[in-house]
Ligand binder design. Structure first.
Ligand SMILES: *[C@@H]1O[C@H](CO)[C@@H](O)[C@H](O)[C@H]1NC(C)=O
Ligand SMILES: *[C@@H]1O[C@H](CO)[C@@H](O)[C@H](O)[C@H]1NC(C)=O
Length: 412
């Protein structure tokens, strides 16, 4: 029997969704293309409403095989058919976000206050859905593969094949489109402790470890951080629902930019079977129990990147770089984060870039850069793309989309 104390202390436990009646219509496919449409609650743009429709329209136009998948639009009860237009041959299912479908905080986490008030509750719930709970929810709905689109994600050139088939056919498990850099200030310590406790090999250094580059924000030898993360990472009885960091780490717990390289996961495609396998579920539960989502807004991007880097062989990674893809955040009419990356198979790649710059950066000193990217471990060729990040972060570094300095992006 679970004791009251254990519940209060937030001991990690398996999470069981109840999906009966969560979605409209019937499942027709094992492949799901997923949008999360939050009308209220967003950290970003209050007028979000119809970027969702525009995003879906871009996929319907450029990706014919969407007709072979199901489209799931997750929402909090404030979206309906009249908000999106799609051809009748696309199976669009509206699904309700609720505690029983993985929407909300983990047990014992209701009183955790985020370190910065600008992180909205809806944004942090979204993180938990993509990092922790959504995998179980989709599995219970009968899906085997998940492709994510954000409501500000756009396909800008054609994809003439079925992305899910490409994943299955090549034996791949995690597919991504672009890279970005995000802070690993405390999360890096969490991952290191988890890794040590579970006898996992060290992560390959990508050369951008936050504490090395900005040592004044970290302890000299990393020890205080390790002590704090150990309990959260190891899931022992009595693990605290929230890590109590030494005072000097509390000031600015999340720093955008100079962290490690990760998958820019506003688009990804992955196997639900892998994410719900025991080693990955265990890591998801440990991340959930740490409460780092709700105390420090540690996000699904850094979590997914860590899970894949720790637990998935490089041979199962698959970068997609053939199609042009846009994902950025607009505040007050300006792009404040993210950008564009062209695809090597976009016949109009040059025009895709000039159109984008004219539309979004007419008055900003932003230009496109070249990157040569590797797609799979097994293929030593590099493919040419161009990318336009929004500019530099407050730390003076480019962040998203990202390409290493040498202009080459191997599967690191
Ligand atoms: C959705 O987007 C399409 C394509 O741009 C447009 O024709 C349609 O009017 C939009 N529908 C809604 C409900 O916004
Ligand atoms: C290795 O790559 C080639 C293409 O470069 C592909 O045809 C082949 O199926 C790949 N093999 C594995 C095991 O992924």
């Amino acid at each position: 029997m679970r004791t009251r104390a254990a519940v209060l202390l937030g001991v990690a436990h398996a999470w069981h969704p109840a999906v009966q009646g969560a979605c409209t219509r019937q499942r027709r496919s094992r492949d799901a293309v997923v949008w999360l449409g939050q009308r209220k609650h967003s950290s970003y743009d209050a007028s979000h409403g119809n970027t969702l429709n525009a995003s879906l329209a871009s996929v319907v136009t450029h990706y014919r095989a969407i007709r072979a998948a199901d489209v799931l639009i997750w929402h909090e009860g404030d979206l309906s058919r009249s908000d999106v237009d799609s051809p009748s041959e696309v199976n669009v299912r509206f699904c309700r976000l609720a505690p029983r479908t993985g929407w909300g905080r983990g047990r014992g986490q209701d009183r955790i206050r985020p370190r910065e008030t600008r992180w909205s509750e809806g944004y942090m719930r979204m993180i938990r859905f993509y990092a922790v709970t959504g995998w179980d929810t989709l599995r219970h709905l009968g899906y085997e593969w998940w492709m994510r689109m954000d409501d500000d994600s756009f396909f800008l050139s054609n994809i003439d094949y079925n992305v899910f088939d490409a994943m299955r056919g090549g034996g791949y498990v995690y597919g991504f489109r672009a890279l970005s850099r995000e802070c690993d200030r405390m999360f890096g310590a969490f991952v290191d402790v988890y890794r040590e406790d579970h006898g996992l090999p060290p992560l390959l250094d990508d050369g951008t470890i936050f504490c090395e580059r900005v040592p004044k924000h970290c302890s000299r030898d990393g020890r205080p951080l390790r002590r704090q993360t150990r309990r959260a990472a190891s899931r022992r009885r009595g693990a605290r629902p929230e890590i109590r960091w030494p005072r000097r780490f509390r000031a600015r717990p999340y720093c955008e930019g100079p962290g490690r390289v990760g998958f820019y996961n506003n688009w990804f495609v992955s196997s639900i079977e892998w994410w719900t396998s025991e080693p990955v579920s265990k890591f998801r539960r440990a991340f959930d129990a740490s409460a780092l989502i709700f105390s420090h807004r540690h996000n699904d991007l850094i979590f997914q990147s860590a899970a894949v880097r720790l637990l998935l062989a490089r041979e199962r990674w698959r970068r997609f770089a053939d199609f042009s893809y846009q994902h950025h955040t607009v505040r007050d009419g300006r792009v404040t984060w993210g950008g564009l990356e062209t695809g090597y198979d976009d016949p109009d790649a040059k025009r895709t870039v000039t159109d984008y710059l004219r539309r979004w950066h007419a008055h900003n000193p932003v230009s496109s850069k070249k990157c040569r990217v590797q797609l799979t471990r097994n293929d030593s060729r590099f493919y040419d793309v161009a990318y336009v990040p929004h500019g530099r972060t407050r730390w003076g570094v480019p962040a998203a989309p990202y390409c290493p300095k040498a202009g080459r992006a191997p599967l690191w």
